[in-house]
Design a protein around this ligand. Structure first.
Ligand code: FMN
Length: 172
């Protein structure tokens, strides 16, 4: 499968089987996240692998959706604002969100490439997640990624609804 085919195949999975995910597969996904590019190569991220059922139960509370409760595990991607590159020469923009987002999409694509489903979750309660993971002030949760085998009885890959190239592109 080439990259475009993988991108076409990935979709937000909102129904998982209870089957646990093998440790080698989680490590493969983490390795793909580790290799992501980042501003000035600062790698201002931290990945929290949540597999413990008691910890998962607490995580479900930070994002109340029944489908999320079907996920057997999750990776919480955090940004480290103490390590991120800032555009100090001009506006001081902190690039940690961008860096964490790149690593995050590596997680999604890596999972899809080995037959696992994921879904970006940003609509969680950040204070709750910081408390559950005992995060220090400079580490902030960016996204939660439930990961697991897809329950295909609850739906499959939807048709991609995307704007057309002409609408989103300017050739100058
Ligand atoms: C930054 C970001 C935040 C998102 N947050 C949520 C979320 O909180 N809950 C959810 O169900 N989906 C969330 N999504 C998934 C999007 O709804 C989904 O990617 C989009 O509708 C396109 O569908 P697809 O991923 O199946 O191609 C998020 C996606 C991104 C990129």
């Amino acid at each position: 499968m080439n990259l475009k085919e993988l991108i076409e195949e990935r979709y937000s999975v909102r129904a998982y089987l209870p089957q646990s995910v093998e440790r080698e597969k989680i490590e493969y996904i983490l390795e793909c996240a580790r290799l992501a590019p980042s501003a000035s190569n600062n790698q201002p991220w931290k990945f929290y692998v949540v597999r413990d059922s008691a910890a998962m139960s607490k995580l479900y509370e930070s994002y109340h959706r029944e489908w999320f409760r079907t996920a057997p595990m999750a990776i919480v991607v955090c940004k480290d604002t103490s390590a991120s590159w800032k555009r100090t020469a001009s506006d001081g923009k902190d690039h940690s969100d961008i860096d964490a987002a790149i690593a995050s999409e590596h997680i999604c694509l890596a999972a899809a490439s080995i037959g696992l489903g994921t879904c970006w979750i940003c609509n969680f309660n950040p204070e709750m997640v910081s408390s559950i993971l005992s995060l220090p002030a400079h580490i902030e949760p960016i996204a939660i990624f439930p990961i697991g085998y897809v329950d295909t009885t609850k739906g499959t890959s939807p048709i991609k609804r995307r704007k057309g190239i002409a609408e989103i592109t300017e050739w100058i």
